[in-house]
Write a protein that binds this ligand. Structure first.
Ligand code: GLN
Length: 618
């Protein structure tokens, strides 16, 4: 018995029984950075000592993101369980350092599929199956079920579930979700549901005044649909003026202390700090009746990292030779992994996008300027990365990029298709098998060094992708990759592919000098290739980018960046790698990284939803 209050830890435990929900909606326009805002709210609450999980709702009809074009929708993010999901789940995993499941991404397709399957089984007992209540009930049950799945490695459900509703308030396709969430807020009751509405406060150049009308309209729309905002997060170029906030409070019926301004910042790691400075944790915990148990947020690590990132000057130039170079969201996790590694090495990341097609001979004839520009870019970088991809467009250009890196001893990292092209290139150039290819691109090739190796059926394309976390065992102990992974015997990384190195050609390739440093548990699937006599030439069949975190850079990316700065030995020293993996990555693994200044003309900043993501690109 405690005479006054029980100790804080026990109070927290007893309060944990009931899940609390933070719903994040968006208004006015899409692309406001709703995902980053929702993840940042999660970071802030986690920093207050709460356990946080998240759910992303995408109101489109696709069951998952697996079939969606990265060019239209950004990259497909892959989870441990093989779920192919919206890229926002990557933001949640990176920001909150959690591992989500495929069910944490709800789509209209998934909900309808679930309800229709139940209807076919006769579960509705002859009733007319309707959007309300059957679809709306299914949405609520799904949210409650998935929110209870632990995602942070600890036992039992989290304290808070942040739910992000994709799209913009008023979209026709999100109507069933809005209705379901309105019912849900009532179902979980007051004190358990907090609605954060992310909106836009634009400035019209003519008058230079911050305009509240778009937010007023969008809040009115929200209320009209039965949802009442507790908190307004306003995107703007500069901090909101006090009178603008007052006006919003008055017209939107939201207390002044619950209106936050998310103005443009130099990198997205500042967003949780912006929220903390404006005491968003207090406003949220007040709505959720958590005020008595939340601690003062501890965000030292985030603060140092955000500041460190702003103050990096020595550039490291990396060419990303890909297909979708017009849309950086198509390679979001690759960019983030490069950024995490660059920050760990205290270097300013400069990405040069090289369209793979432009490196090809055909382009020399058709568009000589594009050809020259692409080669000039490639020849000016410190390191080359060839990312994953599907389909044959640009494959020959990627092969040429691998050849250039191999012959000129430029650090190279090939991921999935990037690894496959490096093997094809080696077979063509070193083994002189000129028509060596992948059967994905040339089924009739005489030298198939990459072949279809499904885990399931060979005859059905559907469901044949090797997806999700698989074990790779290091077979060459003194390889660079084994050292970078801290001399562990194996690693679990995420996969998304159908084709692999032909096991029948492995011996020949090995004899010619290609080393297969890691294989799967059967020894038949090649997971990592390396060229031992090259400063840094590594290809991975898996996608290490999906598990990179701001404070824990992915080892292979760390290797690429370090090698590109001529500092590979420092990260391969087991002591410093271990320290790096364990620590939060803020301590530089190098001591002399800040002496040079960036050359002029390389400071153009790429904005991601108006929040600059800290990358410098051309
Ligand atoms: N298209 C290749 C395969 O299916 C590579 C896939 C990828 O890069 N993710 O194996």
């Amino acid at each position: 018995m405690w005479r006054s209050k029980p100790p804080a830890k026990l109070r927290l435990k007893s309060r944990r029984k009931k899940m609390k929900y933070v719903l994040v909606t968006g208004g006015v326009v899409s692309g406001l950075g709703k995902g980053v805002t929702a993840s940042s709210i999660g970071v802030l609450l986690k920093a207050c000592g709460l356990r946080v999980t998240s759910i992303k709702i995408d109101p489109y009809l696709n069951t998952d993101a697996g079939t969606m074009s990265p060019f239209e929708h950004g990259e497909v993010f892959v989870l441990d369980d093989g779920g192919e999901v919206d890229l926002d789940l990557g933001n949640y995993e990176r920001f909150l350092d959690i591992k989500l499941t495929r069910d944490n991404n709800i789509t209209t397709g998934k909900i309808y599929q679930h309800v229709i399957a139940k209807e076919r089984k006769g579960d509705y007992l002859g009733k007319t199956v309707q959007v309300v209540p059957h679809i709306t009930d299914a949405i609520q049950e799904w949210i409650e079920r998935v929110a209870a799945i632990p995602v942070d490695g600890q036992e039992g459900p989290a304290d808070i579930c942040v739910i992000e509703l994709g799209g913009t308030i008023g979209d026709i396709e999100s109507a069933p979700f809005i209705e379901a969430l309105g019912q849900f807020s009532y179902r979980v009751g007051p004190g358990n549901f907090c609605l954060v509405h992310v909106s836009l406060v634009p400035v019209l150049n003519v008058v230079g005044e911050q305009k509240t009308k778009p937010t007023q309209h969008s809040v009115r729309g929200l209320r009209g649909l039965g949802l009442i905002p507790d908190i307004l997060a306003c995107r703007s170029t500069k901090a909101l003026e006090e009178n603008v906030k007052e006006k919003l409070a008055q017209f939107c019926h939201v207390p002044l202390e619950s209106i936050f301004t998310l103005y443009d910042v130099p990198n997205i790691w500042h967003i949780p700090l912006l929220l903390k400075d404006q005491k968003a944790h207090l406003a949220i915990s007040k709505v959720l009746n958590l005020a008595s148990i939340v601690k003062e947020p501890y965000l030292e690590e985030w603060t140092s990292r955000a500041e460190l990132c702003d103050n990096l000057h020595v550039p490291v130039r990396i060419a990303v030779v890909g297909k979708y170079t017009g849309l950086s969201d198509a390679y979001l996790s690759i960019l983030k992994a490069l950024l995490h590694a660059s920050v760990a090495c205290r270097k300013k990341l400069v990405v040069d996008w090289v369209p793979a097609c432009d490196l090809e001979k055909e382009t020399e004839k058709e568009n000589p300027n594009a050809y020259k520009a692409a080669w000039k870019l490639l020849k000016g970088v410190d390191g080359v990365l060839v990312p994953g991809g599907f389909g044959d467009r640009g494959v020959e250009g990627k092969i040429l990029a691998a050849k250039y890196a191999r012959e000129n001893k430029v650090p190279f990292l090939g991921i999935c298709l990037g690894m496959q092209v490096s093997v094809i290139e080696f077979a063509r150039s070193v083994l002189c098998l000129h028509d060596a290819n992948s059967t994905e691109f040339k089924p009739e090739t005489k030298h198939p060094c990459i072949v279809f190796m499904p885990e399931g059926s060979r005859t059905h394309m559907g469901g044949t992708m090797r997806l999700g976390s698989r074990k790779s065992i290091f077979t060459v102990k003194d390889s660079k990759s084994a050292k970078l992974y801290g001399n562990r015997s194996s690693v679990d990384e995420r996969h998304r592919h159908r084709y692999e190195v032909n096991p029948e050609m492995v011996e020949r390739l090995e004899k010619a000098g290609l080393s297969f440093a890691a294989k799967d548990e059967t020894g038949k699937r090649m997971e990592i290739v390396e060229l031992p006599n090259h400063p840094f030439f590594i290809g991975a069949q898996f996608h290490p980018e999906y598990k990179s975190r701001p404070g824990k850079a992915s080892p292979l990316f760390l290797g690429l960046i370090a090698a590109s700065c001529g500092e590979l030995d420092t990260v391969m020293n087991p002591a410093s790698v271990d320290q790096h993996l364990i620590s939060n990555g803020l301590k530089s693994v190098f001591s002399n990284g800040t002496s040079k200044k960036a050359p002029n003309g390389r400071a153009d900043v790429r904005y991601n939803n108006g929040f600059c993501n800290g990358l410098h690109t051309r």
